[in-house]
Design a protein around this ligand. Structure first.
Ligand code: NAD
Length: 432
């Protein structure tokens, strides 16, 4: 499997005249089954390799007619409701990396949505960029995203998509042309708009809870922030409002560094321009470290050098190898606030946009107040307390809590999306 690159896999699909196929979990045999005998080798691989696979309810694949773009919906668990999670547009070296990434991301959304108390299940969309085409080519993008919308329409709503890495608001508008099963549509068609400011408020709440866990507040603290982008900039503003002593931040983009530096002129702000592989910001003397740039930055090379007592940031998948790095942080006595807990406001912001908007929306704001048991502040405290009590790393504790919540059935619709998946199999969806 790991030697099968994407172009060769596409060749296999074309030779067998397959433009759609599915891999669906059989609840009786407890195995993934393939819609096509020719693709049984994928099901066999997934059934044996459980690093990322965990009873994913269904995976639906489509190869676009033009441009040869492989498009997929990875549905993990839909007990709390339709699977929700963004669509990623990315490059993969081989089929295994693609499948494993999709399954891992889908499972991650189950945890994020459940821990946030949202009545949504977990899933993710992934599209493989055809490297022979310029990814900024507007015709290419318009075509592949409208085709993606058709894929979502065809699977009848068991997955509802959103924006993710590689996908823009314009792409979401193209998806919306061909399906209603999307959120994060442009604001001029009723969408919820940029989630970065609410995300920064969520990260701030995580930091406040972790500080409170240590009997402290943010006042006077030194905070190091990696990245100065859409989330980091409002976060820095909130931190100064909370009277932190100093903020040190880095970015690889000189324009961003200059503009953010200008915004916080007169504050105790150290803005650093760094090169792409310069992670020195992670190692500065500080109380709190906030990764707000890329993922996988907490690993066996960086963790030993980190001086912060608390790590709490917006980046997705901060731990390079979950179990190893989660444990290493706990052993070093660092309070790690899991990323999927603090950065939830991105999905909270868009997930329920079809229910309309009110000022000071309590269903939104409760995530950011102290009063609600599933809010970011209370959840962070309960995860850190449980981690201390049991000696387990914090991310493991948070995943356990999330997994339990993900088993609760939607109060109105129950496990309806599983029925949708079954009907797609019964109706031979892949032939349509
Ligand atoms: P962004 O692209 O606006 O900002 C990221 C910034 O990091 C950019 O300015 C980029 O130049 C910089 N950067 C990249 N590599 C760097 C490096 N090695 N060192 C220092 N800076 C580097 O993204 P964003 O919307 O601010 O999101 C930040 C992170 O949070 C991303 O990982 C994103 O997936 C995650 N996230 C964002 C949201 C949201 O609402 N925007 C929600 C959930 C998760």
């Amino acid at each position: 499997m790991n030697h099968l690159n994407i172009p060769n896999f596409i060749k296999i699909l074309k030779e067998n005249k397959i433009s759609r196929f599915h891999l669906v979990y059989n609840q009786q045999t407890k195995k993934i089954e393939s819609s096509h005998e020719e693709l049984k080798f994928i099901a066999d691989f997934i059934n044996k390799d459980t690093r990322d696979f965990e009873e994913h309810e269904g995976m639906f694949f489509q190869l676009t007619n033009k441009y040869d773009v492989l498009q997929t919906v990875f549905i993990h668990r839909t007990k709390r409701g339709q699977a929700a999670g963004g669509v990623r547009f990315w490059q993969y070296d081989n089929l295994e990396d693609y499948l494993r990434d999709g399954m891992r991301l889908g499972k991650g959304m189950t945890h994020k949505n459940a821990l946030a108390g949202l009545w949504w299940g977990g899933g993710k969309g992934v599209m493989v960029h055809n490297t022979e085409i310029d990814k900024n080519n507007l015709k290419y993008r318009e075509y592949i995203y409208t085709e993606y919308g058709k894929l979502l329409t065809s699977i009848k709503g068991c997955y509802v998509t959103a924006e993710d890495v590689g996908t823009s608001v314009e792409d979401m508008a193209n998806i919306y042309k061909t399906t209603r099963f999307t959120t994060c549509i442009p604001q001029n068609t009723g969408g919820s708009g940029n989630p970065s400011e609410p995300t920064s408020r969520g990260v701030l709440r995580g930091m406040e809870a972790a500080s409170a866990f240590l009997g402290e507040s943010l006042e006077g603290k030194t905070v190091a922030v990696q990245g100065m982008g859409h989330v980091a900039e409002p976060l820095i503003k909130h931190l100064f409002n909370k009277k932190v002593g100093k903020v040190i931040a880095s970015d690889i983009n000189p324009d961003i560094v200059n503009s953010v530096k200008e915004k916080f002129a007169g504050k105790n702000f150290d803005a650093r321009l760094v090169s792409k592989h310069d992670n020195s910001i992670l190692f500065v003397e500080c109380d709190i470290l906030a990764p707000c740039a890329t993922g996988a930055i907490l690993n066996d090379k960086t963790i030993p050098e980190i001086k912060a007592k608390i790590i709490c940031g917006a980046s997705n998948n901060q731990l390079e190898e979950h179990d190893r790095d989660d444990k290493a942080l706990a052993e070093k006595g660092i309070l790690y606030v899991p990323d999927f807990l603090t950065n939830r406001m991105g999905i909270v912001n868009c997930a329920n946009e079809q229910y309309g908007y009110v000022n000071d929306d309590e269903y939104f704001e409760r995530h950011l107040t102290n009063g609600w048991e599933h809010g970011i502040y209370q959840t962070t405290l309960s995860v850190l307390e449980e981690a201390q009590k049991t000696g387990q790393p914090s991310s493991k504790v948070a995943i356990k809590q999330a997994a339990e919540m993900s088993m609760e059935l939607h109060p109105v619709f129950g496990h309806r999306s599983l029925k949708i998946i079954k009907s797609l199999v019964d109706d031979e969806w892949y032939k349509k």
